[in-house]
Design a protein around this ligand. Sequence first.
Ligand code: 3HC
Length: 676
Amino acid sequence: MTTSPIRTERHDDILVIISNNPPVNALGAAVRIGLDAAIKEGAGDDAIKAMVIRCDGRTFFAGADITEFGKPMTGPGLGEVIDAIEASEKPVVAAIHGTALGGGCEVTLGCHYRVAVPSAKIGTPEVKLGLLPGAGGTQRIPRIAGVKLALQMTAVGDPISAKAAHAAGLIDRIVGEDSLEADAIAFAREIADKRPLPRAREGSVQADEAAVAEFKQANARKFRGFDAPAANIACVEKAASGASFEEGIAFERQEFMKLMGGTQSAAQRHLFFAERQAAKVDDIPAGTQLRPIKKVGVIGAGTMGGGISMNFLQAGIPVTIVETAQEALDRGTGVIRRNYENSAKKGRYTTEKVEGMMGLLTPTLNLEDLADCDLIIEAIYENMDVKKELFGKLDKIAKPGAILASNTSYLNIDEMAAVTSRPGDVIGMHFFSPANVMKLLEVVRGAKTSPDVLATVMALAKPIGKVAVVSGVCPGFIGNRMLSQRQGPANKMLMQGARPEQIDKAIVDFGMPMGPFQMSDLAGVDIGWHRDPTRIESIRDALAAKGRWGQKTSKGFYDYDEKRTPSPSPEVAEIIEDFRSKSNLPKQDFSDEDVIAATLYPMVNEGAKILDEGMAQRASDIDVVWIYGYGWPIYRGGPMFWANTVGLDKVVAGLEKNGVEVAPLLKRKAEAGEKF
Ligand code: 3HC
């Protein structure tokens, strides 16, 4: 017989109900059954005057058990358990530590009172899983805290601090950080005889149409393409509409089921697990000893080097940053300071925190100053010879056991490792620009990279706020290798009569932050250009020859005004038409769907090759790369998940129609009716 994760302990007249369901006390069936039984136990015992619900381990209930979603339900539903708690004739107090999230937050709202330690957080992040709080949260939060906060908590989904929750009436008392249980019991005794019991369902909500309109407008960009925020908002509006609590709950249930059955939530739940799975490297032995990283060296104080350094400074890890000229060094450290000061102005940091972080930064012109660093990351010019020379020098300077990393976005790590006497210590750490903002860290495992070096770098990702994914060594690794498949078909469509703005729009409407031509303009049309204005072999050559280098020259594939607002360019249209008329490709009309198939299916195809070659551990790792490195819309779950939803047979047919050779793995899977 399995033991219940719920146990009860009597403290005279108070029954303490305790959950022990590691790691995060998710509210799975056994927990719900146990909670239900414990409330009945308290109700049936005349010696008990009040109850306290608390959790063992690192956190109060962090939500429903997401692994149960989509499976047949056993035991009572969470909503029923919460209703039973709320209906109790004896007061029930939630004693909160860690993160009371989703269903966990909803359990607290069913309780008559809530106490929390100062470090606790509470929130309803369901929207991030494409859902809404489906156990009464959308109806109880506004009844306690009002429409404004309810909108923020449900439709944006960020948790709030115990202090903020206390101010909003969601927490009744903040108790001692180290005396939660004792303080909760004392609180329960204080209120044991107080009647009537406060029940959230009995509260009323003031409608606030202005707040709803303002909220929608303020978040329009953030919510673009997502279904769940609107459903959360609609539920809060329902609560404030004068409808009864029961009507509100019925509406919430209906909206919850709609979201749960949709593709977006499936995609967002896929990402939740994909992101955590990506951190696991299949062939690193469990218990591998990590190397301590107490000091980091960064070579290059340009945009990348500066951004990379900021991640470590924010995590409290000292950084030595190296440049070759004083001016570049000063400029680089100046940019870091300015970025931090701007964040401070927005209230993200205090001035002391900024000074503290800057105090951890040591700028130098001397490579030898890296001798005491545990990890050295080079972020210099992308040139193999220059990088090899640098790695040769680092080999002589770095202390034994130091990890030597390259931030290259496509060069061969093994070649760099080969010039050192310690190839096992060499690894790729590919950050994405802006490196202090973008969440992806592509970790490139060389042929000789030691397992402990890989494990150390993977573990380092979390404290610096990154999501790490392992890639094997191949040109462009996972992300840029796939990206390179998009430009060719986009260019080809130009030659068949499509316009850059039409292609970009289809891709932006799909949910990407920008299309291929907008991206060219941002990165620089002249990147990789041969620099001979008389040699014009492509549309890009023609643009570059005319000084249309992108946003930096205020013209590229688009014309830009002073505010960098793009508009279609007649000059570009002429250049394209000139090339098109000389080509023998037939003119064609492209629908948005054609554009998506032509540009994105080849990326999926490349993803299949990457997977087949073992360059990515799993298809979901590829999805994580694209979501956190390139802004692939989360609600489409990444390119490989998306391909599954399109149907792999349809992807294969689309590739064949466009004359692309189909990757064997993709073909095999499509024929077998399988998914990635
Ligand atoms: N259900 C099932 N498993 C969960 C889970 C959940 N709600 N939350 C976390 N886990 C698992 C993770 O998958 C991970 O498993 P692994 O070790 O096998 O990879 C493990 O618990 C630890 O999680 P993290 O690595 O994320 O641990 P952290 O300490 O970094 O973060 C956390 C803890 C803040 C609680 C974070 O896990 C989190 O945000 N969890 C999800 C919270 C959430 O979304 N709750 C709402 C659920 S939906 C709901 O409640 C519907 C209801 O309204 C009806």
